[in-house]
Design a binder for this molecule. Structure first.
Ligand SMILES: NC(=O)c1ccc[n+]([C@@H]2O[C@H](COP(=O)([O-])OP(=O)(O)OC[C@H]3O[C@@H](n4cnc5c(N)ncnc54)[C@H](OP(=O)(O)O)[C@@H]3O)[C@@H](O)[C@H]2O)c1
Length: 314
């Protein structure tokens, strides 16, 4: 998401400082616009954050751990890292607003019949979700400047590796066919970047929490079929009943323990996979701020396929 946010800011000629770690993947940052300055540090290193925020007028915090080797790893980045960001913002009186990127996982599951709204009591089901909720609380309770919280659902689009295995399987004529019951809200990554920047600049978004999602709701099964239609390819369905995902998650956890490389799938993820649905209602973003994530799924999937193909990812 960070590289897309950077492009949205650059399009508005907003000068930007980005915080990178020495180890950060810079594949999508090769041609940085001239108004972008790079500073090195980590949200886990408060001294580096203080230096990174020198002369900053606003802060966007989109770093986060979507996968971790241990349960504590989620909280170290998503809660403690956010606390460090909040403390650094508080120490800089010149900063106007902190935009914090959270997640639908912090709010918890919702169905097509009962989508989650911002006013609902949060009920996260995974450590990832609980750590993102704890990060939100760090912002709400600790931030002495203006803040806005954006909660995206599952993100797809160019550069995304989360949905890549599904696109790659369909390209190889295998169409994942999980339970049709669990429906999802999705957001096209460029819509998310634009919505985040617009909310960040919006005068009345201060103190608000907003879901930023497309209006369509699909099951992963329908999504795989849409990808197949857009790839114009024949496919064989690959049944993936929810109970069969548990051994997959177990294997991924064992693999991660052996290799030291966490996977987005793991036992920790299983409660999210078996949840009734991941549907949120993005109305508040539109009614209060006039912002919409407008890319329809058909267009978003086409653009994602084009990008994956052009870059040799599928
Ligand atoms: N992808 C989704 O479907 C989704 C959905 C909802 C919400 N979100 C949220 O959106 C945000 C961006 O996610 P993404 O999908 O873009 O994930 P991503 O590709 O994994 O990027 C996460 C970023 O966080 C940085 N980071 C992690 N730990 C850090 C630390 N200790 N110090 C500094 N930077 C650190 C990483 O930096 P390095 O390059 O140095 O590793 C990376 O740039 C996250 O907050 C995530 O929780 C994502």
């Amino acid at each position: 998401m960070g590289s897309h946010l950077l492009e949205s800011l650059a399009q508005r000629d907003i000068p930007v400082v980005i915080l990178l770690r020495e180890s950060s993947d810079r594949s999508f940052l090769r041609q940085l616009p001239p108004q972008v300055e790079v500073r090195f540090g980590s949200i886990s290193d408060p001294a580096s954050l203080a230096a990174a925020m020198a002369n900053a007028t606003d802060v966007i915090h989109c770093a986060g751990a979507t996968k971790a080797r241990t349960i504590e790893g989620f909280y170290e980045v998503n809660q403690v890292g956010t606390r460090n960001v909040v403390n650094a913002v508080n120490a800089h009186p010149g900063i106007r607003r902190l935009l914090h990127i959270s997640s639908l996982a912090a709010a918890g599951p919702g169905t097509r019949e009962k989508p989650v709204r911002e006013s609902d009591p949060p009920h996260p089901v995974s450590h990832y979700g609980r750590s993102k909720l704890a990060g939100e609380e760090e912002v709400r309770q600790g931030c002495r400047h203006e803040f806005t919280i954006i909660r995206p659902p599952a993100v797809y689009g160019p550069r995304d590796r989360g949905f890549l295995p599904m696109f790659a399987a369909v390209k190889r004529h295998l169409r994942p066919t999980p339970s049709a019951a669990q429906r999802l809200s999705l957001v096209y990554v460029k819509d998310l970047a634009e919505a985040s920047v617009e909310a960040f600049l919006h005068p009345t978004a201060a103190g608000g929490t907003y879901f930023a999602a497309g209006s369509e709701v699909v099951s992963s099964r329908e999504l795989a079929s849409l990808i197949a239609q857009n790839l114009k390819t024949w496919t064989i369905p690959l049944p993936l009943p929810t109970f069969a995902l548990w051994p997959v998650c177990l294997l991924k956890s064992i693999q991660a323990a052996i290799t030291g490389k966490p996977d987005i799938l793991g036992l920790e993820k299983f409660p999210e996979l078996r949840a009734a649905g991941w549907v949120c209602d993005p109305q508040r973003l539109t009614t209060e701020l006039g912002i919409r994530c407008a890319t329809d799924l058909q267009t978003g999937i086409q653009k994602t396929i084009s990008w994956y193909e052009q870059n040799g990812w599928i």
